[in-house]
Design a protein around this ligand. Structure first.
Ligand SMILES: NC(=O)c1ccc[n+]([C@@H]2O[C@H](COP(=O)([O-])OP(=O)(O)OC[C@H]3O[C@@H](n4cnc5c(N)ncnc54)[C@H](OP(=O)(O)O)[C@@H]3O)[C@@H](O)[C@H]2O)c1
Length: 231
């Protein structure tokens, strides 16, 4: 596992999807080496080639299991209804010291309900459920819930928004923030402990409701934060 601050390796499990491939485009365009994970390594390679063709940079496709072992910080961008299945599959793959960045939103749409509603989770949030399921020594950080996939995917669209990052260890959040801030126009904001993710995950439903009404891809913005390092 390696992380080079000049050109970090960024694996995205479920990276063939809307959010994952959008993030991959932005990271690749910014010079990171991106690894797209999929249940099907062939599909991952196809999407990686497409993303590299559009964004430039180095993008590889791999199975989710291989992608999960490619760097210390691994992004998980899959539908909430499949989170438990993915984390069960990753149990023998993730190793202590790794950080799993969970982007899952428990939208009711995931079980045929409305996209402007969320479902209750016993643990409090999708991220806390993920923390219960990862192997001992793996830390879950939650982020990127309010960023729109279409906005990320359109490289001509100028981003200018904040990204709440939740987690129980400041140092881990700061490392994840470093990767998020490689995307021009995204400002990571320290939103507190992992349990705050229960509120941030709800914000996605709010953003969807606003986006439906204004037919746009609105972003979130906090005012009056100090300039510079927020972690
Ligand atoms: N879309 C957004 O704008 C957005 C924004 C913020 C947060 N989120 C959250 O980010 C997560 C990913 O969203 P998304 O829109 O990117 O999802 P998605 O495109 O529907 O799915 C992402 C990937 O998950 C895998 N997947 C899809 N359905 C599956 C199934 N039934 N069983 C197993 N694997 C399946 C697929 O990868 P393979 O088939 O290649 O394995 C797919 O490419 C969600 O929790 C969502 O709420 C989304």
């Amino acid at each position: 596992m390696s992380e080079n601050t000049e050109a970090p390796v960024i694996p995205v499990i479920g990276g063939t999807g809307a959010l994952g491939s959008g993030l991959a485009r932005r990271w690749a365009a910014g010079g990171a080496r991106v690894i797209i994970g999929s249940r099907d390594a062939g599909r991952a390679a196809e999407v990686a080639a497409k993303v590299a063709g559009e964004a430039g940079g180095t993008v590889e496709g791999m199975s989710n299991a291989d992608a999960a072992q490619a760097a210390d910080i691994v992004f998980l961008t899959i539908p909430f209804r499949n989170q438990s299945e993915y984390l069960t599959n990753l149990k023998g793959v993730l190793t202590p010291g790794q950080i799993l960045v969970d982007c899952s939103v428990p939208l009711a749409a995931t079980i045929s309900g409305k996209a402007t509603r969320t479902i209750g989770i016993w643990q409090g949030s999708a991220a806390q459920q993920a923390q219960e399921m990862v192997p001992e020594g793996v830390t879950v950080v939650s982020a990127l819930h309010t960023v729109s996939a279409p906005g990320l995917s359109d490289l001509g669209h100028e981003l200018d928004e904040d990204v709440p990052v939740c987690g129980d260890r400041k140092a881990d959040k700061a490392r994840v923030a470093g990767l998020i801030s490689r995307i021009d126009g995204l400002r990571p904001v320290n939103a507190g402990a992992l349990e705050m993710s229960r509120i941030v995950e709800q914000l996605t439903a709010l953003m969807i409701s606003v986006n439906i009404r204004y037919k746009t891809h609105a972003g979130l913005k906090f005012t009056n934060l100090p300039e510079g390092e927020t972690f």
